[in-house]
Each structure stands twice: as structure tokens, then as C-alpha cells.
Design a protein around this ligand. Structure first.
Ligand code: ATP
Ligand code: MG
Length: 572
């Protein structure tokens, strides 16, 4: 409902206008074009929500296209993870395409460019070519190979593909305009040689590979894409995108003879940048390879799999993207927005259970009998969200900080001297004293309980100034809690001088042993198998934060990740 009321973003406005004007014969077709050289991150999700969102909203289609034009960096591991992550986010693509599906067509198109005198083989080094580019205010210098005859270009391009030329020795360049104010028009490279790595799909079939600019628009055009949406850094590429498609149309690659206006157009929106993290795949790969994080799915990583392991839900991630919106200005989004999205998503859903982080034993000296089962609502005041059993007995664990031997009048929790405190979902107690070890550390707290004060009975309505959490000694479960914080210690690691790895937050992970309610094993299972698929359950550990079970959990050891604290308590 919220999304319906939200005003249209500027791309949606363009799409609606195009539909009204009957452009592209009324079709809407988008694509999401990841390069399979790493795992998807939250920035990609912004693009995914746009590409798939437009198709969903306007009865169009969004295809998945792997931009696999650089075999040196790409792998099927990434192809698989990208599909898994998009599906997990809840989006459905039409077809799966690969830029490598078009290598034959693109090669033939390059030959057409040569035949029309619009491309040439350059034998200069990459450095020489870069030096000749000029500056935006000064024209570039023409390559000495620029005017080589068509026949020679055809023969050399063929030799490049035949594997007769060493990697780096020759490139195919478009012959456009070395004085154009748009630097991308100064004879951009169309093809390069890569023989050092086989391609993950085409093996050793190709020795030449198209550059992004000569693959992307053409792939869009071959597939029938109408709206090719990308990020702002491609604005300067757009004239070249149009130039190559114009030439294809000139050469007779008409994709819809009934509608000469049916072609793909590029539109750009602002990238997502989030504080205290990096989103470059190159940098993320470095963190993974050097063991500075536990993997692509380390819960501190901004990757989709990392966020998933951290406890983010697809709904929370999509809500976050919806909140930040799409504009034409670059900016930085504060990390807390992401945390707010998961708090908002979980606050009325996650069962609220007791977990004791720094336990001290509490003995109820007047409690007789073997113990009892109490019934607790998973979320107070919402019996429809389920209840669970809390085992109660004579010996409990409470948080060490909830007891003070000598307290002033501003301390409302346990302390000897008649102060009444409620044990969450149970009875009212009063501390009577404590026992210490040789170092003076408290080992046991003693208290008496009031049998007529049980929650849920009439006596349960009696108010106390404080309620504290507890678990029962005999039945509680030992677990490990992993407390995560921001991965980097500085707001914008990419903008700092020096090595980004020196800016990692040394306190981004703290591991601690905790004690949790037995219900987590017996009734509120951390992982449930529904129709053969493992469903991960989320919890609120009362007063501690939002937690989710980690896949490192085994039959005898529960491991929980802190997704977010209850409130934003992070200070600069
Ligand atoms: P990197 O530079 O880290 O390798 P990339 O931008 O090259 O990332 P691609 O796989 O080429 O990654 O990206 C696929 C799509 O996702 C592109 O359309 C790109 O514009 C979009 N995208 C990538 N990063 C972001 C981001 N931070 N915010 C929004 N969209 C993004
Ligand atoms: Mg890219």
C-alpha cells in the first residue's frame, strides 16, 4: 500500500510517458546485467529493485544478463550465487542471457565496422594509446595505424582471433573522432586479446573479447531491451551507446521492421554508497582472499549473502531500497538506515526471548518443589503471535549487572533492602544477599519470591519499577553470540588516502558465550525445515538486540549473530 501511494520515481515517469506515446510498440523490457566477477552487494540490490520493479509494475519483462566479457576475472561460482541471491530477494527473471551468447554476432558486427572503414587495428601499447587521448579541452593525437586499409584491418583482426597475436599487442578501435569533447568518442577500443584465461562458458573458442561499450548496448539491442537502466557513471558512455546502435541500424540490423523507433535507450540513476563499508568487488575480493573477513558471506560484508547471514530479510532490504529512493545526484547513505529497516521489519514479528550474556546465579531461598512451566507470550500483548513454555525453578541465571550489593536510590533493579523486582513473565522477588569468591566477585545472589505475584494471575498486575530477564539453570542452553559492528572505522573508507585495509574496525566482531531459554530448542527452533527448505527464524533477545541463528550451528552448539542492536546506540 505504501508503495502505491509513493509518488513515481523519475524513471517510472519516463516509462509512463513512453507508454503513453506508444514507444517500442508498447513493450517494456529491462535487464539486470551483472558481471560474474564477484558476489552481489546491497548496491546491486538497488539496481535489481529498479530493473525488476519497472518490469513488474508495467507488465514488462526483466531478463538476467551476465556481462561475461572478461574471462580473466569471471567464474561460474559467481553466476550461481548471483541467481541464488536474486531469487532469495524475491524477484523472478524472464530469460537468462550471457553477453557471451553474442560473441559470434558481435565479432561479425566488428567486421562490418571494419568493412565500413569505421574500425582499425592498432598496434600501439595501452600506454601510448592513453597518452594520445588528449584532455577534455585538447584534442587527441591520431594513431599511426588509424588509416590502414580495410583489407589489412580484416586480416589482422582475423589473426588476433586466430591466436596468432600475443595478448596486449593489438586492439581493434572504432574510428570516430580524436577531437571529440566526449573522451569516449576518441577512437574507443572495441576488442582486445585475452589468451591467458579460458572463458567459463566458451572455453578457448575466442581469443578476442569485446569491451563493455561494444557489448552492452548491442546485447540490449539484440534482446529487445527498451529501457537499459544503469548508474550515473555511465552518463558519459550514453552517446557511444547510441552511436553503436545507430550504426547497427545503418548496417541493416533492424530489430523490428514494423517499428523503426523500437530501440533501446539508456537511463541513469545514482549509485548506492553506504557509510562504514566498501562496495567495490575488487576490494571485497581482497578482504575475502586475505582472510580479513570470513568469506563473501561474512555477516559484516555488504553482500547479499552477508546481509542474509547477518539476519536481514528480503523484506527489510527491499524496504530500505524503497526508503532511499532514486535520484540523479550521488550521495552517501548512513549505515543506520539499513539497521532501522531490519528493526522495523522484526519488531512486531520476532519472538522476544531471554538470553543472559553475563550470567550470575540467583537462588530463590523460599522456592519449594521441582519447578514449574510458565506460559509466556512471544510478544507481550499479542497472544495471536504464539506462546511458549518458560521453565521456572529455584535456581536461575540473571544478568550480573542487574544486581548491586550496594545501590543508590536511582538503581531500580535487584539490591538487598526491600526493593521489589519482577522476573520477566514470572514472579516478583526481593534480594536478600549474595556470596562472593576470594577475589570479591559475586558468585550467587540470594532472593525470596512472592508466590502470589505470578504474571498472568491477579497478583501479576502488581507493578515494580524494574523487570529483569532470567533463564532456569537446569534447562537453559549454552550458546555462542557473535556481536557484529561496522566493518570499517571510518565513514568513507574509499575516500581516504592509503591502504583501505588499515581502516578496518578492529572491534567489528566480539564473540561471547550466553545462556538462552530452552524454548529455543524445544518450541522456537532456530531453523525449521518447511517443504525441504531451511527457514531461519529471527529473535529479539530482550534488552540485547535482534539475533538470528548462524549456519555454523551444529546439533550440540547454537551460534547466534547479532543482526542489530535494539536502538541506534552507535556514536561517532
Ligand atoms: P564493481 O565496480 O564493484 O565491479 P560493477 O558496478 O562493475 O561493480 P556490475 O556487476 O557491472 O558491478 O553491476 C551490475 C549492475 O549493478 C550495473 O547496472 C550497475 O550499474 C549496478 N550497480 C553496481 N553497483 C551499484 C551501486 N553501488 N548502486 C547501484 N547500482 C549499482
Ligand atoms: Mg561493471
Amino acid at each position: 500500500m505504501e508503495t502505491e501511494e509513493k509518488s513515481l520515481n523519475f524513471i517510472e515517469q519516463i516509462v509512463e510517458k513512453d507508454l503513453q506515446e506508444g514507444k517500442n510498440s508498447g513493450r517494456i523490457q529491462t535487464r539486470f546485467p551483472p558481471e560474474p566477477n564477484g558476489y552481489l552487494h546491497i548496491g546491486h540490490v538497488k539496481a535489481i529493485c529498479m530493473d525488476f520493479g519497472i518490469a513488474e509494475r508495467y507488465n514488462g519483462i526483466c531478463n538476467l544478463r551476465f556481462d561475461d566479457t572478461n574471462p580473466a576475472k569471471e567464474d561460474t561460482e559467481y553466476v550461481d550465487s548471483i541467481q541464488q541471491d536474486i531469487a532469495w530477494l524475491g524477484f523472478r527473471w524472464g530469460q537468462v542471457y550471457y553477453a557471451s551468447d553474442y560473441f559470434e554476432q558481435l565479432y561479425n558486427l566488428a567486421i562490418d565496422f571494419i568493412k565500413h572503414g569505421m574500425a582499425y587495428v592498432d598496434e600501439q601499447t595501452a600506454e601510448q594509446i592513453a597518452e594520445q587521448k588528449g584532455t577534455p579541452t585538447e584534442p587527441g593525437v591520431a594513431s599511426p595505424y588509424r588509416d590502414r586499409p580495410v583489407e589489412e584491418n580484416l586480416r589482422l583482426f582475423q589473426a588476433m582471433q586466430n591466436g596468432e597475436i600475443e595478448e596486449g599487442k593489438m586492439v581493434l578501435r572504432a574510428k570516430i573522432d580524436m577531437a571529440n569533447p566526449n573522451m569516449h568518442f576518441r577512437d574507443p577500443i572495441m576488442y582486445r586479446i585475452i589468451t591467458s584465461h579460458p572463458h567459463h562458458r566458451t572455453g578457448r573458442r575466442w581469443n578476442v573479447y569485446p569491451m563493455y561499450d561494444f557489448a552492452h548496448g548491442q546485447s540490449d539491442y539484440f534482446e529487445g531491451v527498451t529501457h537499459s537502466i544503469c548508474t550515473l557513471e555511465f552518463v558519459v558512455h550514453r552517446p557511444l551507446y547510441d552511436y553503436f546502435i545507430d550504426r547497427m541500424i545503418d548496417f541493416g540490423y533492424q530489430r523490428n521492421p514494423q517499428d523503426v523507433e523500437d530501440r533501446s535507450h539508456q537511463f541513469e540513476f545514482n549509485r548506492l554508497n553506504i557509510s562504514y563499508t566498501v562496495m567495490s568487488k575488487r576490494k571485497m575480493l581482497q578482504l575475502v582472499k586475505e582472510g580479513l573477513v570470513a568469506g563473501w558471506d561474512d555477516p559484516r560484508m555488504p553482500t547479499v549473502c552477508g546481509l542474509r547471514r547477518r539476519g536481514y530479510t528480503p523484506a527489510a532490504i527491499r524496504a530500505f531500497i524503497n526508503t532511499i529512493g532514486y535520484t540523479k545526484v550521488e550521495g552517501m547513505i548512513d549505515y543506520t538506515w539499513l539497521e532501522n529497516a531490519i528493526r522495523e521489519d522484526q519488531k512486531e514479528k520476532a519472538p522476544r526471548v531471554c538470553a543472559i550474556f553475563d550470567p550470575v546465579k540467583l537462588v530463590l531461598t523460599n522456592y519449594e518443589g521441582a519447578g514449574e512451566d510458565l506460559v509466556a507470550e512471544n510478544i507481550d500483548g499479542h497472544p495471536e503471535l504464539g506462546t511458549r513454555t518458560m521453565r521456572f525453578g529455584k535456581e536461575l541465571y540473571i544478568e550480573r549487572q542487574d544486581f548491586l550489593e550496594e545501590a543508590d536510590k536511582n538503581f531500580f533493579r535487584l539490591s538487598p533492602g526491600g526493593r521489589e523486582v519482577r522476573l520477566k513473565n514470572a514472579y516478583i522477588i526481593q534480594a536478600t544477599g549474595c556470596e562472593k569468591d576470594a577475589e570479591g566477585k559475586i558468585t550467587t545472589v540470594y532472593a525470596t519470591y512472592d508466590p502470589d505475584s505470578k504474571s498472568g494471575t491477579e497478583g501479576g498486575n502488581r507493578k515494580t519499577k524494574a523487570t529483569i530477564n532470567w533463564v532456569e539453570c537446569g534447562t537453559c542452553i549454552d550458546a555462542e553470540a557473535r556481536l557484529y559492528d561496522r566493518l570499517f572505522a571510518v565513514e568513507n573508507p574509499s575516500a581516504e588516502e592509503g591502504d583501505f585495509r588499515d581502516l578496518l574496525n578492529p572491534n567489528s566482531l566480539k564473540v561471547t558465550n550466553i545462556k538462552v531459554e530452552a524454548a529455543l530448542r524445544n518450541e522456537l527452533h532456530p531453523v525449521e525445515i518447511v517443504e525441504g527448505i531451511a527457514q531461519v527464524n529471527h529473535y529479539q533477545f530482550l534488552k540485547q538486540g535482534y539475533f538470528v541463528v548462524d549456519p555454523d550451528t551444529t546439533a550440540d552448539k547454537l551460534v547466534f549473530n547479532r543482526t542489530a542492536s535494539l536502538k541506534d546506540n552507535w556514536q561517532k
